[in-house]
Design a protein around this ligand. Structure first.
Ligand code: MRU
Length: 340
């Protein structure tokens, strides 16, 4: 199912903050509306953010009254800056904006032709992501055996991408091949993407899923209930994988229990110019920790940390599954040379 669609100057996508209890469709018509949807995680997940970023700039182009290409390009640059300001860690957001801006800068022809080129490029990002996730699924499915139980963290499914999912794309591909597999989903505090979104989409597709709280991951591994871990990524740098907060703990636990730990991500999530120290980890508002939904669970004024992502050093990663191939740990050295 397509998670994001362009319809005559409107971007259609589910409001992920409402799931699983309500299925609400957003109709986003401006850059500011797109920025708000990104900031509040109505639209979320690295690959989906890449497509949303492209469509955000496309909205600015489509609705612009600029009469000259110079004026239009200036408006698109501003739109790109607004989009990029919303979340600092997932590299796809920056990649999506830059891709459509570069297209706009190199486009020849009239103002109208430039607008059309921008919309077309944003659509291309979405189409490519859908195809890449199916390729990731196919490549990763060889790592899953009939009867396996897979632990995952956060939501790297259809909802986090344009279609099919990355980590859950691998699960889906294995399931479609007839392998009788099960998923254990970490709830993923504070915003519960695992409890709300991963279980929702797997249940909908009839793939067996069991929900646990984050602090049960060690228990299920120690009991031999997990054969492998697969997670997505928000940014893969030279020395680590950034993903949802808690991923690092799961990776260390998997290492201790000799359970393979796989990362599934498209090449658009690689940022091999960076190392861990170069990446800003998004710090979100304290209320996400002091509250569950709208219910306060901690005393007023308590000091809170709320980093949204952590970095898992590559030494804990068994392999990275991309749309091209599975990159095993022995080849990670080539990362520094930018060879993926
Ligand atoms: O804060 P979120 O919900 O955008 O974080 C999402 C994740 O951490 C996902 O695991 C990651 O983006 C990969 S999605 C295929």
């Amino acid at each position: 199912m397509r998670m994001i669609k362009w319809q005559n100057g409107t971007v259609i996508t589910p409001d992920q903050t409402k799931l699983p209890l309500l299925e609400v469709t957003l109709e986003i018509k401006s850059v500011d509306q797109m920025a708000e949807a990104i900031k509040t995680l109505r639209v979320r997940g690295a690959p989906l953010l890449g497509a949303a970023a492209g469509f955000g700039v496309a909205l600015a182009a489509y609705h612009s009254n600029a009469k000259t290409k110079e004026k239009l390009l200036a408006e698109l640059e501003t739109a790109g800056t607004v989009i990029k300001r919303q979340r600092p860690t997932a590299v796809n957001l920056f990649w999506g904006v830059d891709r459509v801006l570069n297209k706009a800068k190199s486009a020849s022809g009239s103002v109208e032709e430039l607008k059309a080129a921008v919309v077309e490029e944003a659509q291309k990002i979405a189409d490519e992501d859908a195809a890449q996730n199916r390729a990731i699924g196919k490549n990763g499915s060889v790592l899953i055996k009939d009867g396996d139980t897979i632990l995952t963290h956060c939501n790297a499914g259809e909802l986090a991408t344009v279609e099919y999912g990355t980590a859950l794309g691998v699960v889906r591909a294995a399931w479609e091949q007839g392998k009788k597999i099960k998923v254990i989903a970490d709830e993923t505090r504070p915003l519960l993407q695992g409890a709300r979104l991963t279980t929702y989409e797997l249940k909908r597709d009839g793939i067996p899923v069991t929900l646990i709280t984050d602090n049960m991951a060690g228990y299920v591994m120690s009991k031999g209930l997990v054969n492998l871990v697969i997670v997505g990524a928000d940014r893969i740098v030279q020395d680590a994988v950034f993903n949802k907060i808690g991923t690092y703990s799961v990776a260390v636990l998997a290492h201790e229990h000799k359970i393979p730990f796989y990362v599934a991500a498209p090449k658009s999530t690689f940022d091999l110019t960076c190392k861990v120290a170069d990446v800003e980890v998004e710090e979100r508002k304290p209320e996400e920790v002091t509250h569950i939904g709208s219910v306060q669970i901690a005393p007023n004024g308590v000091s809170v940390m709320n980093p949204s992502f952590d970095a898992t050093p590559l030494k804990y990663v068994t392999a990275i599954i991309t749309e091209d191939r599975v990159i095993y740990a022995k080849d990670f050295g080539k990362f520094r040379k930018g060879k993926v």
